[in-house]
Design a protein around this ligand. Structure first.
Ligand code: AHM
Ligand code: MG
Length: 343
C-alpha cells in the first residue's frame, strides 16, 4: 500500500536559513555564511558550559583543577577563547576585537591571509550574573575591511561607524538559548533545540512594538543622572492611562536579557552618563553598535541621548557611550526630554 506524506510545518535550522538568505548579502557568497556558522558553533559550545555553571562546586572551583585533572576556567575567559578559536579557524576573519582583550587579536594563519572581515565581540556579557543563575549573553558584530586596505590589519579596520556593520547578533543563554541576528534585512531569532543540538527558526522577522510599558535603568545611580534623564524617569512614573503609564521597571542587570525582553514586549533600556562615568558603562563596539543595528532593523531606535548610536565615529576599541535603546516612541520621548534640558 502506498503511504501519502502530508507535509507538516517546515522546520528551518540556522544553517539552512543562512544558506537560503545568502543572496541578501552583497559580497562573495559563502563568506558571511561561514562566519555566522562559526559563531553559531562556538555559541553551542559556550551554552554547554554555561549550563554546567552551577556544578562548579561539584566539579571543582574555577581556577582550580577539577576531579578529571582539568583546569577550570572562568566562564567569560572560556567563552572568549571559544569564539576566538572558532573565528580564527574559519578563514574569513582577519582580526577580532574582544571586550575581554586590551588589544585587537590578529589572526595570523595561512587560511586567513586574504580574509576581509573583522569581528567585534563581547563573549559573555553580564558575567557577574553567572553565580546567581541569571541569563547572560554574547554580542557580536561583523565589519568588512575597506577594499583598498591590504596587508596587516590594525585598529583602523575597527574604527568604522555602526552604519557599516555587515551583520550583528546576540546569543541569550536563558531558560532557553536563542541566537538572534541581522544582516540588514530584518531580524530573525533561532531557539536552540537541545535534543538535536540545532538552532531552529522560532522568531522570524522580529519587530519591536513602537510603544512599550517597561523602562530598564539602574535607578540606584539616580542622584548622578543628567537632569533630562531624571525628567524622563519621572515621566515614566506618572499616571496616564492613554500611554500605559506608569510604566513598570524591569532591570535584570544583564544587557542582553533586558534588551531581549524589551524587543519582544516593547520597552526602553537606558545606561546614561553617571557621576562616576561620563560616558556611561557600555562599549560602543561590543555592545551598543550591534544592538543598535538589530533594534533599528526591528523598527526601534538607539541613541546616545542626542545622536543615532550607529552614526558615532569610533575613536578607540574600548570607547564607552551612553545608551538609550528600544521602542521607537519611547526613545524619541527620552531624547526630547534631554534636548529640553540642553537648550
Ligand atoms: P560587563 O560587560 O562588564 O558584563 O558589563 C555590562 C553589564 C550589562 O550587561 C548590564 O546591563 C550592565 O553592565 C549593568 O551595570 P550596572 O550594574 O552598573 O547597572
Ligand atoms: Mg559587556
Amino acid at each position: 500500500m502506498t503511504q501519502t506524506l502530508t507535509p507538516g510545518k517546515r522546520f528551518i535550522t540556522l544553517g539552512q536559513f543562512i544558506i537560503e538568505r545568502q543572496s541578501d548579502f552583497p559580497f562573495a557568497k559563502g563568506e558571511l555564511s561561514r562566519l555566522l556558522r562559526d559563531i553559531g558553533i562556538a555559541a553551542k559550545v559556550v551554552n554547554r558550559e554555561v549550563n554546567k555553571a552551577g556544578l562548579a562546586d561539584i566539579l571543582g572551583e574555577y581556577g582550580e583543577t577539577n576531579v578529571q585533572g582539568e583546569d577550570q576556567k572562568k566562564l567569560d575567559v572560556y567563552a572568549n577563547e571559544q569564539f576566538i578559536l572558532a573565528l580564527g579557524a574559519g578563514g574569513e576573519c582577519i582580526a577580532i576585537a574582544s571586550e575581554e582583550n586590551e588589544d585587537l587579536i590578529e589572526i595570523d594563519s595561512k587560511v586567513s591571509k586574504d580574509a576581509r572581515y573583522v569581528v567585534c565581540i563581547d563573549p559573555l556579557d553580564g558575567s557577574s550574573n553567572i553565580d546567581v543563575n541569571v541569563s547572560i549573553g554574547t554580542i557580536f558584530s561583523i565589519y568588512r575591511r575597506s577594499d583598498d586596505k591590504h596587508g596587516p590589519t590594525d585598529v583602523s579596520d575597527f574604527m568604522q561607524k555602526g552604519t557599516e556593520q555587515i551583520a550583528a547578533g546576540y546569543v541569550i543563554y536563558g531558560s532557553s538559548t536563542m541566537l538572534v541576528y541581522t544582516t540588514g534585512n530584518g531580524v530573525n531569532g533561532f531557539t536552540l533545540d537541545p535534543s538535536i543540538g540545532e538552532f531552529c527558526l522560532s522568531h522570524p522577522d522580529m519587530k519591536i512594538p513602537k510603544d512599550g510599558a517597561i523602562y530598564s535603568i539602574n535607578e540606584g545611580n539616580y542622584r548622578h543622572f543628567p537632569e533630562g534623564v531624571k525628567d524622563y524617569i519621572k515621566y515614566c512614573q506618572q499616571e496616564d492611562a492613554s500611554t500605559k503609564r506608569p510604566y513598570s521597571t524591569r532591570y535584570i542587570g544583564s544587557l542582553v536579557a533586558d534588551f531581549h525582553r524589551n524587543m519582544i514586549k516593547g520597552g526602553i533600556y537606558i545606561y546614561p552618563s553617571t557621576g562616576k562615568a561620563k560616558n556611561g558603562k557600555l562599549r560602543l563596539l561590543y555592545e551598543c553598535n550591534p544592538l543598535a543595528f538589530i533594534i533599528e532593523q526591528a523598527g526601534g531606535k538607539a541613541s546616545d541621548g542626542f545622536n543615532r548610536i550607529v552614526e558615532i565615529q569610533p575613536e578607540s576599541l574600548h570607547q564607552r557611550v551612553p545608551l538609550f535603546i528600544g521602542s521607537a516612541n519611547m526613545v524619541a520621548k527620552a531624547e526630547e526630554m534631554l534636548a529640553l534640558r540642553n537648550k
